[in-house]
Ligand binder design. Structure first.
Ligand SMILES: Cc1ncc(C[n+]2csc(CCOP(=O)(O)OP(=O)(O)O)c2C)c(N)n1
Length: 197
């Protein structure tokens, strides 16, 4: 909205899980983005479970694109496990937002291999389901495709994998060695008029 009012040619991308679609804020955002023709790319990562709640247990309409479409928002559904399909779908959707100035809703159909958090005992689904989705894991399928095409060797893959693991290990070590934020910083970047918060 700010970009449109200021006449800036910008696009805002919002990322959220399908769990957010059960919240009123999603519907208000869809309505106003469509009504006011705002340049927003809504990216919904639909992994089938909001924490431990399967989509069909919380939604009367499980077709998420139909919900966005009911507000007059253009929609695209894509296999979120396919790296190339995601790239193409999101590039196309972003282009559509830029040329039309109107919002587009992208549903990325994917899966969460691990529990929602360390407090989630993961008892709401069977191991076979997780294993079946793992065979479609994008790191495996995309690296296999690159190897088939002759664009990646096993050694190169292992080197990339080790580099990614080292980066994560370094980030964890950095976080664990860090100090607590000072209390004075709690309201930094919180956008409220001074004194109100
Ligand atoms: C505004 C708000 N409402 C409710 C919650 C409680 N809550 C935490 S996670 C969650 C479900 C999230 O679902 P999804 O985004 O699909 O996440 P996933 O389990 O796939 O990580 C909810 C309702 C919250 N954190 N914030």
């Amino acid at each position: 909205l700010a970009d449109k009012m200021a006449g800036r040619a910008a696009l805002t991308a919002c990322f959220f899980g399908e769990g957010a679609i059960a919240e009123g804020a999603f519907h208000e955002a869809m309505n106003l983005a469509a009504l006011w023709q705002l340049p927003v790319l809504f990216c919904c990562e639909n992994n089938g479970y909001a924490m431990g709640t399967a989509l069909a247990r919380s939604e009367s309409q499980t077709d998420l694109c139909a919900k966005a479409a009911s507000y007059g928002v253009a929609t695209v559904q894509v296999d979120g496990m396919n790296v190339v399909a995601v790239l193409e779908a999101v590039q196309g959707a972003a282009q559509q937002v830029r040329t039309s100035g109107a919002p587009v809703f992208v549903e990325l159909r994917t899966y969460r291999f691990r529990a929602h958090s360390m407090f989630d005992p993961d008892l709401y689904r069977v191991k076979q389901e997780i294993d079946a989705w793992k065979t479609r894991g994008p790191i495996h399928t995309y690296s296999a495709r690159l190897k088939e095409q002759g664009d990646l060797t096993e050694d190169e893959f292992l080197a990339l994998d080790a580099a990614a693991q080292a980066e994560v290990d370094a980030a964890v070590a950095f976080a664990e060695a860090g100090t607590w934020e000072p209390v004075e910083d709690l309201l930094r970047d919180v956008h409220t008029p001074e004194g109100v918060a």
